[in-house]
Design a protein around this ligand. Structure first.
Ligand SMILES: [Zn+2]
Ligand SMILES: [Zn+2]
Length: 335
């Protein structure tokens, strides 16, 4: 099969992914082999490729928002049939027995493995995953439109939940890319007023088009104080910026896996029971709940499609805020 291999982390400007011909993986035991149709490009892929996340497998195939159809199954896989359309997400597998798994917090599993980082992902023609960790994809979504739901969508959804935002509340988004352009649709569905803070004028416009009550730059003062905020951009200086526009008791959620250092700040920004918390991965329940609400709304993703051979260009577009629409997607065998 064709696959984009990362041999060693390097700046995406140097085009480190190498399109290669390698053996198609065989599904073992409880695994399914998925013929990849589309794979979303996530900011975490940038962190893997550029080495902000320490290498865990080399070479590795990035990509953890994989949509495709089941080609074959291992001898212990029973839940699907060949031809079923599924999504392979970031959470590749959990142990099921550690204290976090037993407490319903498998997102914090001590022995979790992650797709496109610790095991091969979806910048390829085929990928394997345990059947218990893939999601059926609602029929109403095209392959390319479903791909960004699998991480940007699910993590955005978990961030919304952890933000404790209530119907009628005011919610800030810092950064307005793949995750925010999906999360705003859920927030609007819940009757939440959204304030978008982003340095990019096109993304400010996208936010307004999707129903934001207000859009501006990250240090702008919005017309109202906010109940909660979600920081999607990997910039630590946004933490004090978000606290500054938050009501007493409000929550700032940090949605990324990596963030630059958070600057020292006055305790007064945090006082009055304001909360800063991170989001780490997601549970399968988050994913199932999100995909169901996504089909019900229905969520409309705006994607720019790149061929597999141009995965490096897709990563550069993401890094440089040049993705047209909300999310970049690798179209591998788009139907
Ligand atoms: Zn575990
Ligand atoms: Zn991701």
């Amino acid at each position: 099969m064709k696959a984009c291999l990362l041999h060693a982390p390097a700046p995406v400007a140097s085009h480190p992914l190498v399109l290669s011909e390698i053996p198609t993986p065989e599904p073992q035991g409880d695994q399914v082999l998925v013929r990849v149709h589309a794979c979303g490009v996530c900011r975490t892929d940038l962190h893997v490729v550029e080495g902000e996340l320490p290498p865990r497998k080399s070479p590795v195939i990035p990509g953890h928002q994989v949509v495709g159809t089941i080609e074959r199954m291992g001898d212990r896989a029973r839940g699907f049939h060949a031809g079923d359309r599924v999504g392979i997400p970031w959470l590749h597998q959990t142990c099921g027995v550690c204290e976090f798994c037993r407490a319903g917090k498998e997102n914090l599993c001590e022995r979790a493995t992650f797709t496109g980082y610790m095991v091969d992902g979806g910048y390829a023609e085929y990928a394997v995953a345990p059947e218990a960790f893939v999601y059926p994809i609602p029929e109403s979504f095209r392959d390319v439109d479903a791909a960004p739901l699998l991480c940007a969508g699910i993590i955005g959804f978990r961030s919304l939940r952890l933000s404790a935002i209530q119907p009628g509340g005011r919610l800030g988004f810092y950064g307005f890319g793949a995750a925010a352009h999906v999360a705003i649709q859920v927030a609007r569905h819940w009757g939440v007023e959204v304030y978008a803070f982003t340095r990019d004028a096109a993304h400010q416009q996208l936010a307004r088009d999707l129903g934001a009550a207000w859009a501006g730059y990250s240090n702008d003062q919005p017309p109202n104080l906010l109940d909660s905020a979600i920081i999607f951009a990997p910039a630590g200086e946004l933490v004090p910026a978000a606290l500054r526009v938050l009501k007493k008791g409000g929550t700032v959620v940090l949605a990324g896996i990596h963030m630059s250092a958070i600057p020292a700040m006055d305790y007064s920004l945090l006082y009055h029971e304001r909360v800063v918390r991170s989001v780490a991965n997601n549970t399968r329940q988050d994913g199932e709940d999100f995909l169901s609400v996504a089909a019900e709304i229905p969520i409309r993703t705006q994607v720019e499609i790149f061929p597999l051979a141009e995965a490096n260009r897709a990563l550069n577009a993401l890094k440089n805020d040049e993705v047209r629409g909300g999310a970049a997607v690798i179209g591998v065998a788009v139907s």
